[in-house]
Design a protein around this ligand. Structure first.
Ligand SMILES: Cc1cc2nc3c(=O)[nH]c(=O)nc-3n(C[C@H](O)[C@H](O)[C@H](O)COP(=O)(O)OP(=O)(O)OC[C@H]3O[C@@H](n4cnc5c(N)ncnc54)[C@H](O)[C@@H]3O)c2cc1C
Length: 466
């Protein structure tokens, strides 16, 4: 399977049909990049520069955070909408030789826009055309390309979780192979990349190490019917939703909840049985009866938002929760997700993958602030409010380091550090929050596989040489 996929990535041969606009200066880094690209790749209509009429459409196509959709947000020099591995290889080679940085985008969900915004000169490798999913039922595995609907590139490489996390762990706990293009434009699979790099890309954030084309997943078993519920409880102006999914029957669920969480007072009428595929629509809050084809529709429309995360190790006193509600009401636009850990998550060693938040965590908090008014004043106010709420929670969440979830990227971590601190120290600050003790191993892998730090971005893993 691996060999077949590698050769299919390599074999695509399309005609060169690149129109290079005369508006681009003949010796600019971009012009040199484009010339190099045309010499190194069989490219057909995969490059978009600001001179193309569809440039902005392609740029905004996968941009979940509207904060970065303004006319003044820095734009890439070009977008390479890769159709096969040769386009990725050529981009790496030509960006490197012309001293241009790259940003890699799959689903464009990065909370801080790190896959498509930067203050430096950069080109985007956009993966949305590399999006197939091949399922092998006999083997119970699937190859999923990075650009598949969910935007698997960032989701998996950041340690993505799903609704069966307490039963089966994270996505990265179920990845058994991957295909990556490294800093020398080599195409590698698990065997040829070696176990260190394979470890690093399963939670360490792919963009520090290479461009991941595809992932091989071990599929997990689900019963033919699952049970879900969404119980709403209101407290004055605060609404609490207890949302659950159980891999079993309603009867069994009710007896378990009665035993371990009787306060919820879960009733038969709160519970709904459905096949696993339908639960994906339930989690998206789609009404019952929504056709399954809806799962193929692109994700939710982009919004203005700021998100932060925390890990909770000890129960939060009731009185603090009351104060928290009051504070949230002041901001008007914030909600929180409390995502329970335990189960399979606590059985997996924190060093098994770069994602370190395993045993000892009761739950993860996501503070999610979203709003409609896109004026700078409004953005500033809402971002500040998110910071205030997180500050309020300081005594009740993890510390030294204050842990954070990489997939809920937060540019505040490591920001506002005194100017005499080195780049490496800044990286250590966000690195420890996201990876705890695994940060040092990530730095070692990075130094080995990308010593020139070609794959860098605003919160990447540094090499040891800073
Ligand atoms: C509506 C919504 C729901 C979400 N729900 C969940 C959830 O249930 N569980 C969860 O874990 N997370 C969730 N997230 C967070 C999400 O997993 C992260 O934002 C993740 O990084 C998104 O990956 P992406 O490919 O869509 O993003 P992108 O913005 O494309 O990429 C994110 C990061 O990964 C890098 N990257 C992307 N593709 C590649 C590649 N092919 N090779 C190397 N590096 C790459 C980018 O450069 C960037 O640094 C959600 C986000 C949103 C917006």
């Amino acid at each position: 399977m691996t060999t077949m996929r590698k050769s299919s990535f390599l074999l695509t041969a399309l005609t060169i049909l690149m129109s290079i606009s005369t508006a681009i200066s003949s010796h600019s880094p971009l012009q040199n990049f484009l010339t190099c690209f045309s010499h190194n790749s069989h490219a057909s209509k995969v490059i978009y520069t600001p001179n193309n009429t569809s440039f902005l459409t392609i740029l905004n196509k996968k941009m979940y955070n509207k904060k970065f959709q303004t006319p003044t947000t820095p734009k890439p020099l070009a977008i390479i909408a890769a159709k096969d591995a040769s386009h990725v290889q050529a981009t790496i080679k030509c960006a490197k030789s012309n001293n241009i940085q790259i940003r890699i985008r799959s689903g464009g969900h990065d909370y801080e826009g790190y896959s498509y915004v930067s203050d430096v000169s950069f080109v985007i490798i956009d993966m949305f055309n590399i999006n197939s999913v091949d399922i092998n039922l006999q083997e119970e595995t699937a190859w999923v390309d990075s650009g598949a609907t969910l935007g698997a590139g960032g989701h998996f490489s950041g340690g993505g979780y799903g609704n069966m996390m307490r039963k089966y762990g994270l996505s990265v706990d179920n990845i058994i192979d991957a295909i990556i293009v490294d800093a020398n434009s080599n195409i590698l699979d698990r065997k040829s990349m070696g176990e260190d790099l394979f470890w690093a890309i399963r939670g360490g954030g792919g963009a520090s190490f290479g461009v991941i084309l595809s992932w091989k997943l071990k599929l997990v078993q689900v019963p033919s019917q699952l049970t879900v519920f969404n119980v709403k409880r209101s407290k004055k102006v605060v609404q609490l939703n207890f949302i659950g999914q159980f891999l079993g029957t309603t009867e069994r669920l009710l007896s378990l909840i009665k035993e371990s969480f009787p306060e919820l007072n879960l009733k038969n009428s709160d519970c709904f049985s459905m096949p696993w595929i339908n639960t994906t629509l339930f989690w998206y809050d789609k009404p019952f009866g929504t056709p399954l084809e809806e799962v193929l529709v692109e994700g939710p429309p982009s919004i203005y938002f700021k998100s932060k995360s925390d890990y909770v190790k000890n129960p939060i006193p009731k009185v603090v929760i009351e104060s928290l509600w009051k504070k949230m009401i002041e901001g008007e636009t914030m909600y929180m997700d409390w995502n329970p850990y335990g189960g399979r998550m606590k059985e997996i060693l924190p060093s098994q993958t770069p994602f370190p938040h395993r045993a000892g965590n009761l739950f993860k908090i996501q503070y999610f602030n979203r709003w409609i008014d896109g004026s700078p004043e409004s953005i500033g106010r809402h971002v500040n409010f998110s910071r205030l709420i997180q500050k309020f929670m300081t005594p009740y969440v993890s510390s030294s380091p204050r842990e954070a979830f990489l997939n809920y990227r937060d540019a505040d971590i490591g920001a506002n550090i005194p100017s005499n601190i080195t780049k490496f120290d800044i990286a250590r600050t966000y690195g420890r929050s996201y990876f705890k003790a695994n940060f040092e191993r990530l730095v070692s892998v990075k130094t080995k596989v990308d010593p020139d730090d070609f794959f860098r971005y605003e919160q990447s893993i540094p090499t040891k040489t800073y």
